[in-house]
Design a protein around this ligand. Structure first.
Ligand code: ADP
Length: 211
């Protein structure tokens, strides 16, 4: 099962990709996580993309595509995967088409207002990447991950300025992918304004039962 999760920032792609990855035992490949990890480890890639990611702009297509291509060559991706946050532009999608056949594109829809509310309260676990929200999905103990006990932090690009820019970038550069994949009859819509569990129920209906 080769899947793409498409949608604006804050739509819940990362949270749901985590659920789907576990239930259907396919890896979650998040370009955002790859970039954040490189920034944290201060690798050459990290140094290159730090400012771009902080502003909420897109990393150049060529760099992003070559990273994804390398990742998809890993043996664990042979049986399927979830691409979370890729492709984000028409050229990225065109390149992906040259070397992969995608089974479905899950399109997460949500209003701008809800996105801003979610992202401005988001917290992420430093160790396992689990996602919380101080307002509507808090951890049991403040600042501590329920799943692994790791410390929670606020992403540096979850400032109001960067969130607004990411929404803008999404509309200009990523939203055209909706009609791109609709034309290919791959698009499956989910309403992600509800709880993650409710969104998961919709996704299960689309994907069918796990093995
Ligand atoms: P979001 O919560 O905004 O969906 P992600 O974790 O998916 O965030 O991505 C964080 C940042 O990483 C983006 O704002 C962008 O700078 C960079 N990034 C992630 N995926 C891509 C991509 N496919 N193309 C270009 N830049 C990307």
């Amino acid at each position: 099962m080769k899947l793409i999760f498409l949608g604006p920032p804050g739509a819940g792609k990362g949270t749901l990709a985590g659920f789907v990855s576990k239930e259907y035992t396919i890896p979650q490949i998040s370009t955002g996580d790859i970039f954040r990890d490189a920034i944290k480890r201060e690798t050459d890639l990290g140094k290159k993309v730090k400012e771009i990611v902080g502003r909420g702009d897109l990393v150049p297509d060529e760099l992003t595509v070559s990273l994804v291509r390398e990742r998809l060559d890993q043996p664990d991706a042979a049986g399927g995967y979830i691409l979370d946050g890729f492709p984000r532009t028409i050229p990225q999608a065109g390149e992906l088409d040259k070397f992969q056949t995608i089974d479905a594109v899950i399109n997460f829809s949500i209003t701008d207002k809800a996105v801003i509310e979610r992202l401005s309260g988001r917290e992420v676990c430093k160790s396992c990447g689990a996602i919380y929200n101080v307002k509507n999905m808090p951890s049991r103990v403040k600042g501590v991950c329920d799943k692994c006990g790791g410390a929670l932090y606020t992403r540096p690009d979850d400032t109001l300025e960067s969130i607004t820019n990411r929404l803008d970038v999404y509309k200009k550069q990523t939203e055209p992918l909706i009609s791109y994949y609709r034309k290919k009859k791959l698009l499956r819509d989910v309403d992600s304004s509800k709880t993650p569990e409710e969104t998961m129920t919709q996704i299960r209906k689309i994907l069918g039962k796990s093995k």
